[in-house]
Design a protein around this ligand. Structure first.
Ligand SMILES: Cc1cc2nc3c(=O)[nH]c(=O)nc-3n(C[C@H](O)[C@H](O)[C@H](O)COP(=O)(O)OP(=O)(O)OC[C@H]3O[C@@H](n4cnc5c(N)ncnc54)[C@H](O)[C@@H]3O)c2cc1C
Length: 577
């Protein structure tokens, strides 16, 4: 069985193999949750599959979500039971089988403002949510709803505004580190034989005389070289880039995708006293206040976005909107000074129908798979929670009739770190005692690596200094920086800080203070000289400063101008239009 390790070396080998004459059964474009899920689905059907991502794994929308694995309580208001059931089934699978280490049940309070009518109405809604989850999973995977009086709310959530509520309903959903989910999916796909390369941008989708797409010309953005990959089927899973990528094939058909922006803010854990999350209905949509071990995440917004797709940024107006809505239900009196960081993500909003009325296999309310040209299909929409269903639909569609004899097996394929997780949890005390780590540290490690914590321990056994916490971010071990490079495919400091040890989203300085220490660990592993170390640090600092400067602007265009001034360490290649 191939190793699940992602490294600079495995990346080069994968690119060389993707370019060989044998060709691929399926080439997946896009290393967000959708593409990563497709690569895993295809690999576990025994297909020869490759996946390329232009940036780092998850760098698009899939690292910028609310980080919830949820059924979507709000869809119940549209009586969309099928959609909710599908998501709740996936939530149950992830919690119990696929990724119990990464996906954790999360209680939320739904504050009630009126005594009888609202409580009854909401209780019926949440009751249905629980009942659908029970039916979809044929067992209870999270606790059922619980009703709280005003006093009960204050005992659970001391910073809730008592004058604004009569009580609350507690219900459960789940949370996940979105980037970690994507990287784990890619690693699992690689374990089953997928070839995976980040920082590899599709530049062209060549077609043969009959008009069939024959593969892709990709640019290795690290080496600056172009490689031609032959593939029987190409699947475009590029989210908000869907139209730009399908245009490379100069086809008439395809999906139509608009873009809307949603932002989040992180605030310090001690600025809000509460032991659950909070769920609020807003005039436009919903707002979540979500607890993480050392911070709160508050989001999100929903506004049209017409600026640069690779650099969505929050504005001061977005931040104020979230603060105002949070302060309406909290006594914490949050101000801009409390905001640790901001991040913005782009929703691919599928437009009804397809270009040229192309053939579509599945049009759910949330995602669509369409034939763009022979040899090229596209999938877009959906959400983090339903990545597995999307992947199954996309591969079924690409395979056509062949799919019947080669059905998906991902519902029974645990992700890296999930196999043996329950047993590893039982061993946690002994592992901690051996390495001098307390329960909190062990919980942190298990929630990030699951049973793959063995691999991290092997690094520590080789170099005991890696057992120490990072001086600049003591919640993390030095070994976690090394592991990001030796197992999780980090090629740059920004890959570590943005998507693996996510100080970019959880620290006031976005992790700038950790650059020296992290570079000290990563440089020897990646063979960097001093000049490269400086380039890495300078580029990260510039991007971090630019994100902060952007969040002081009022408009998307002014904020984007600030962000673009920060530049990129590995810029995307311009594509001829
Ligand atoms: C604000 C917000 C909050 C959300 N919260 C939740 C939530 O809590 N729970 C949930 O279930 N869902 C949530 N979602 C939805 C979910 O995040 C998205 O549906 C999902 O991440 C989309 O994944 P994707 O893989 O389709 O797209 P992306 O993650 O954007 O991946 C597409 C990738 O394609 C790559 N790419 C583009 N062009 C090329 C090229 N030419 N060559 C190679 N690669 C290329 C990009 O670099 C990118 O990484 C949220 C979305 C937003 C915007």
């Amino acid at each position: 069985m191939p190793s699940s390790r992602l490294t600079a070396t495995s990346r080069s080998a994968a690119l060389a193999a993707m370019g060989d004459d044998a060709g691929l059964d399926i080439l997946v474009i896009g290393g967000g949750v959708t593409g990563a899920g497709i690569a895993l689905d295809a690999a576990t059907r025994g297909l020869r599959v490759g996946i390329v991502e232009a940036q780092d794994w998850s760098a698009g929308t899939s690292s910028r979500s609310s980080r919830l694995v949820h059924g979507g309580l709000r869809y119940l208001y549209n009586l969309d039971f099928k959609l909710v059931a599908e998501s709740l089934h996936e939530r149950g699978l992830l919690l119990s089988t696929l990724a119990p280490h990464l996906v954790r049940a999360q209680p939320f309070l739904w504050p009630l403002k009126q005594p009888v009518v609202e409580r009854t109405y909401s209780a019926v809604g949440v009751g249905m949510y629980d009942a659908i989850a029970l039916a979809a999973n044929r067992r209870k995977t999270v606790p059922f709803q619980h009703h709280l009086t005003r006093e009960g709310v204050l005992a659970t959530f001391p910073d809730a505004r008592a004058d604004k509520l009569v009580g609350a309903i507690r219900f459960y959903d789940a949370r996940v580190d979105d980037s970690r989910l994507v990287i784990t999916l890619v690693r699992t796909a690689v374990r089953y034989g997928a070839l995976a390369a980040s920082r590899t941008q599709v530049m062209d989708l060549p077609r043969d005389g009959s008009g069939r797409v024959t593969g892709a010309v990709v640019r290795d953005l690290e080496a600056g070289e172009d490689i031609t990959i032959r593939a029987r089927e190409v699947i475009n899973a590029t989210g908000v880039w869907t139209e730009a990528v399908q245009d490379l094939a100069e086809a008439e058909g395809g999906l139509r995708v608009l873009t809307s922006k949603g932002i989040h803010i992180a605030v310090p854990r001690d600025r809000i006293q509460g032991s659950t999350g909070m769920f609020l209905r807003t005039e436009k949509s919903v707002l979540f206040i979500i607890p993480w071990p050392d911070h709160w995440v508050i989001g999100t917004t929903d506004t049209p976005w017409t600026e640069d797709l690779a650099h969505p940024v929050a504005t001061a107006r977005d931040v104020d909107y979230l603060l105002d809505h949070a302060n309406a239900v909290l006594t914490s009196n949050l101000t801009r000074e409390d905001v640790i960081t901001t991040w913005a993500g782009l929703r691919p909003l599928l437009q009804p129908g397809t270009k040229d009325a192309s053939r579509t296999a599945k049009v759910s309310r949330e995602h669509t798979v369409a034939r763009v040209a022979e040899g090229l299909s596209a999938i877009a929409g959906g959400k983090l929670t339903t990545y597995r269903v999307m992947a199954e639909d996309a591969v079924d569609f690409a395979l056509g009739a062949r799919a019947r004899s080669l059905p998906s097996v991902t519902s029974a394929t645990p992700l890296v770190g999930a196999e043996g997780f329950a047993a590893t949890q039982r061993l946690a005390g002994r592992i901690g005692a051996r390495y001098g780590w307390d329960d909190e540290r062990m919980e942190h490690l298990l929630s990030r690596y699951g049973s793959a914590v063995d691999e991290l321990l092997a690094l520590v056994d080789e170099d005991p200094a890696l057992a120490e916490p990072l001086a600049s971010a003591p919640m993390y071990l030095r070994a976690e920086v090394a592991y990001a490079v030796t197992h999780e495919g980090a090629l740059h400091l920004e890959d570590i800080l943005n998507h693996r040890i996510r100080l970019a989203q959880t620290r006031h300085d976005r992790g700038v203070g950790a650059l020296d220490e992290m570079a000290g660990i990563a440089a020897p592993l990646l063979g960097w000289d001093e000049a490269q170390v400086s380039r890495e640090k300078d580029a990260y600092r510039a991007a971090a400063e630019a994100e902060d400067a952007a969040a002081l602007q009022d408009t998307d265009s002014a904020a984007t101008a600030e962000r673009l001034r920060g530049g990129d360490l590995v810029p995307l290649a311009p594509v001829a239009s």
